[in-house]
Design a binder for this molecule. Structure first.
Ligand code: FAD
Length: 388
């Protein structure tokens, strides 16, 4: 067992750090509070080879590892937390689903503009009555000639995307779920009024009213969702990396502050009550980081480690928020202002305890792994009359 990064991995960290400081640092606070999606950053990321790190070169990616993508997210987040979103979205989630399941033609039309930083994608999965119970989704795809007609409502996605990966129901049960690609502006597709998350990011309901999806825009047909579930383990690593990196950003800011801010004639770092906060923060960050790296390194070796990725996501989501919150406390009134990015990171990390599989759903999953059996979350079926 080796706990050190390889020479190549350290070189990657250095390169990304230099890029982030040169290109992203100056505008980090403005970017975090802007309501605009930072499209200009996507172009810079593409130029620096930070989009599609894990995607094969044949598909326009960098042919790197999950661990490389994790290291890139960390280095960008430590300089400009908002920009880390683009590294995450450019390497995990929808983009990897496309790389894995899209046809050659779909890769050209949907994946290529994402990798070049020209377009943004969002996932439309959650519905008003299907949140944690994802498989309750009722957005339907009804056959119409060779294509499909999609009708339904989605909630919470980014309303500024150019293309949407929409989860749909072709038929009953989990096997009936798959996904299609729908572009902004498609006839019958309307984006509702913008709302704001606590993070400041926008979301809006998406309305699909008999939207025609040609056969060449079907990503996953019947049974597709089940096929895709295997990939969810790797996707959790990206979410975990960003949560934890935001926590570390705040820890660094609070540490610098504790070394320079004086009260009662001495720097904050000399107060015992704050020293223990730092000791606890460091222990939590290091523990979560080891779990994250274990999950990423083993996933790169090809082990389907559901327990490791579930634990890593759970721990990084919790620690990212806890440390950001504690760092804010250390920074007193300043930490609570928008003059630093600590309060921003508190708001952002809070959301990831809900998104992408909530803390509670991760614990449910872990319980199933521990006991090696499935625990249905659904109410027991009512007994049929005459069952005795
Ligand atoms: C920041 C953010 C970004 C998001 N982005 C997107 C996006 O891009 N696309 C998209 O489709 N969706 C997105 N979502 C939606 C997200 O996937 C859902 O919020 C999430 O799946 C939870 O669903 P819900 O909000 O309906 O909560 P519910 O499922 O109603 O859950 C409410 C609470 O009950 C708990 N709970 C539910 N079931 C159980 C159970 N069986 N055992 C224990 N506890 C349970 C949950 O953990 C939660 O605490 C986003 C959400 C957030 C916060």
């Amino acid at each position: 067992m080796d706990f050190t990064l390889s020479e190549e991995q350290r070189a990657l960290q250095d390169t990304v750090r230099v890029f982030a400081r040169r290109e992203l640092e100056a505008d980090a606070i403005r970017r975090a509070h802007s309501e605009e999606y930072p499209r200009e950053v996507a172009k810079k990321m593409a130029g620096a080879g930070l989009l599609g790190i894990t995607i094969p070169e044949a598909d326009g990616g960098q042919g790197g590892t999950l661990m490389d993508a994790v290291l890139a997210i960390e280095q960008v987040a430590l300089v400009c937390p908002r920009s880390a979103d683009l590294v995450q979205e450019g390497n995990f989630g929808a983009i990897r689903v496309l790389a894995r399941f899209a046809t050659h033609d779909q890769k050209k039309r949907f994946l290529a503009p994402l990798l070049s930083g020209d377009e943004i994608i969002a996932v439309a999965m959650t519905e008003p009555d299907a949140g944690s119970a994802t498989t309750d989704l009722v957005t339907t795809a009804t056959a119409d000639g060779a294509g499909f007609r999609v009708s339904g409502t989605k909630v919470f996605p980014n309303p500024h995307a150019d293309q949407y990966l929409v989860y749909v129901r072709y038929g009953p049960g989990v096997n009936g779920i798959g996904s299609v690609m729908i572009r902004r502006g498609a006839p019958g597709f309307a984006i509702g009024k913008n709302s704001k998350f606590m993070s400041g990011a926008h979301w809006a309901p998406l309305y699909f009213d008999n939207v025609y999806v040609p056969p060449e825009d079907v990503l996953l047909g019947q049974g597709g969702f089940k096929k895709q579930i295997a990939g969810f383990n790797a996707e959790r690593i990206g979410n975990a990396a960003r949560s934890l990196a935001f926590g570390r950003y705040c820890y660094n800011a609070a540490r610098d502050y504790a070394l320079t801010r004086k009260q009662f004639g001495r720097p904050l770092c000399e107060f015992h009550g704050l020293q223990w906060k730092f000791a606890d923060m460091k222990i939590k960050l290091d523990a979560a980081q080891l779990l994250l790296y274990r999950a990423a390194a083993n996933a790169d070796r090809g082990f389907p480690a559901a327990d490791e990725t579930t634990i890593a996501k759970l721990m990084c989501n919790q620690v990212g928020f806890d440390v950001a919150n504690e760092a804010l406390q250390v920074m007193g009134g300043l930490g609570y202002t928008q003059d630093t990015l600590v309060e921003y990171c508190v708001r952002r990390t809070r959301g990831w305890m809900i998104a992408g599989g909530s803390i509670e759903m991760m614990k449910n999953r872990l319980a199933e792994i521990i006991f090696e059996r499935r625990f249905s979350q659904r109410p027991p079926r009512a007994k049929v009359m005459g069952d005795g």
